[in-house]
Design a binder for this molecule. Structure first.
Ligand code: F6P
Length: 550
């Protein structure tokens, strides 16, 4: 990473001057001046067609953005990550999610050891276990086959598994039931198991640290739930497995390490869905489909590592995100998958993007030079069109959008897919080109109504088109965003792989729990607001219910 602050990089300075020149240029003009723009500003590689022509950029913008990447040392940084260097400097760790999907013969060395054989050993153990559960060979304590899989985890130990399960549902074993418990709100657990037979239920306790308050609380509740029904401690061995890096805590909880699937400190929680954290995904779709997903990830890794920046999908997307964030003051990015199976993809990306790049100090501990980490959010289309698109089209804020669509549906049903995809293309077109005053008037609109019906357009978007949502396609898509986030982080000179910002709240919660539970009035030494809220909660929590639940 360069020592020069971002704002002093020659290309960044030039980009600022260039922005002033083109900030008001309309996409209508850019398309009119270059009839081939929509075919030129595209990249087609590794099964992804990225159309980035509807962005507020010129060839000069692209040239300068790529120079920013070069002057930031992006290439050296990519190589450092793939070489297993400890680029997560605040935790002194390598960042090697790319090793999780490296082919068997590859060599990636961390602390003098090739980690690829270990990765494949865990994959083989997962495959064997997944096959036994899927075939019914793995029996529960009473001899019944396992039919229900409950993943207990939170953050990266939940969002990846649940997103992948939903995304690949069409490929999943439909005779198995999958549930995901993450929230420490007891409702999450209660509703997840409400209709499950304990004799047929397996819990996967997924936690990198095996100390996370929410997960451990849910794990203990799961154990109590099971033992209350099966009444024999030895049942744990057949109904609980663990996914973790912490063998000591797993043993302490009572799970035999023979039933533990490991991973390593060089896998960040939000980058772990393709590690053993994906065990529930593998049971759902089978080892072959899981490995096909890993192959998709790997294809994108290789694309990112070897493709020149001008045609590098994650690099281009990362640079565009920086462009809007820092020069147009765009505060958010909307993720709009037109694929129902990707309904949890925006939620998954929220952790990936915001836990990674929500940082205000650089790797050297000084304040960042510009705004970092945009807010990622979104919903599948077309539902979002009938909720928040109004603001994207006519609101006062600029919201760059990523549209994601597939040429083939997994559920061919009459005209549905053509109608769905027509909406992708129509929304991107409407955002970019809008509707002029002349066009609105030509429709016979009364003068007073014209401003209300006007679409100014010039609202940027990317369109990502793939052939079909397969396991490999999902791997490519996730890796595309992982490396997009990495690119942004390198430009901003931040550590995208730590998450110190989540610690304080965890510590304070641990301090407050006994103050809520104790029978005696606690001595409260918080601020006056927190003290008053705790007192009121203690008073209300034991009050009789007006409307008791059954
Ligand atoms: O609170 C943030 C976090 O540390 C995430 O980074 C992580 O994915 C999540 O908690 C869960 O952590 P674990 O897998 O250790 O339970």
């Amino acid at each position: 990473m360069t020592d020069t602050p971002l704002r002093n990089l020659p290309a960044w300075v030039a980009l600022g001057a260039h922005h002033k020149k083109i900030e008001n240029t309309h996409l209508r003009q850019l398309f009119a001046e270059d009839p081939k723009r929509g075919e030129r500003l595209v990249v087609e590689d590794v099964g992804i067609y990225l159309d980035y022509s509807k962005n507020r950029i010129t060839d000069e913008t692209l040239k300068l953005l790529i120079q920013v990447a070069e002057q930031s040392g992006l290439k050296a940084h990519i190589d450092a990550m793939f070489a297993g260097e400890k680029i997560n400097i605040s935790e002194n760790r390598a960042v090697l999610h790319v090793a999780l999907r490296a082919p068997k013969g590859a060599t990636i060395v961390v602390d003098g050891q090739n980690v690829v054989p270990e990765v494949h050993a865990v994959l083989n153990k997962m495959s064997d276990f997944a096959n036994r559960v899927r075939s019914g060979a793995w029996k529960g304590h009473t001899g019944k086959r396992i039919r229900n899989i409950v993943n207990v985890g939170i953050g990266g130990s939940d969002l990846g598994p649940v997103m992948a399960y939903e995304a690949l549902r069409q490929y999943s074993a439909r005779d198995l039931v999958f549930r995901f418990v993450s929230n420490v709100d007891g409702t999450d657990f209660a509703e997840a198991v409400i209709d499950l037979d304990a004799e047929e239920t397996m819990f996967i306790i997924s936690s990198k640290t095996f100390t996370t308050l929410e997960t451990m609380t849910n794990a203990h509740t799961a154990r109590d739930w099971l033992l209350a029904r099966l009444r024999d401690d030895s049942a744990i061995a057949k109904h609980f497995v663990a996914v973790s890096t912490n063998a000591k805590e797993v043993t302490k909880f009572g799970i035999d390490t023979a039933n533990m699937f490991g991973f390593w400190d060089w896998v960040g929680g939000r980058y772990s869905m393709d590690s053993a954290i994906g065990l529930s995904s593998m049971i759902a779709v089978g080892p072959d489909n899981f490995r096909a997903m890993l192959a998709g990830f790997h294809e994108m890794d290789e694309h990112f590592r070897t493709t020149p920046f001008e045609r590098n999908l994650p690099v281009l997307m990362g640079l565009l995100a920086v462009w809007y964030n820092d020069f147009f003051d765009a505060q958010t990015v909307a993720i709009l998958p037109y694929e129902q199976y990707l309904k949890r993809f925006p939620a998954y990306l929220q952790q990936l993007t915001m836990e990674s790049n929500g940082k205000h100090v650089k790797v050297d501990g000084t304040q960042v030079d510009t705004d970092t980490g945009p807010i990622y959010w979104g919903e599948p289309g077309t539902n979002g069109q009938h909720s928040f698109y109004q603001l994207i089209h006519q609101g006062t804020r600029l919201i760059p959008c990523d549209f994601i669509g597939f040429a083939q549906t997994l559920n061919p049903l009459g005209r549905h897919h053509d109608i769905l995809m027509a909406n992708v293309f129509a929304q991107a077109e409407a955002l970019a080109f809008g509707k002029t005053e002349a066009e609105v008037k030509a429709e016979g609109t009364a003068d007073w109504l014209v401003p209300h019906r006007l679409f100014e357009g010039n609202r940027p978007s990317n369109t990502i088109l793939m052939d079909r949502l397969t396991p490999a396609a999902l791997g490519k898509l996730v890796a595309l965003y992982e490396h997009n986030v990495f690119t942004q982080g390198v430009i901003w000179q931040i550590d995208s792989f730590d998450q110190w910002g989540v610690e304080l709240g965890k510590v304070l919660a641990q301090r407050i729990v006994p103050q809520l539970e104790g029978a005696d009035e606690p001595k409260l030494e918080h601020d006056s607001s927190t003290n008053a809220l705790i007192r009121l909660y203690r008073k209300l929590k034991g009050a009789p219910l007006e409307c008791p639940v059954s």
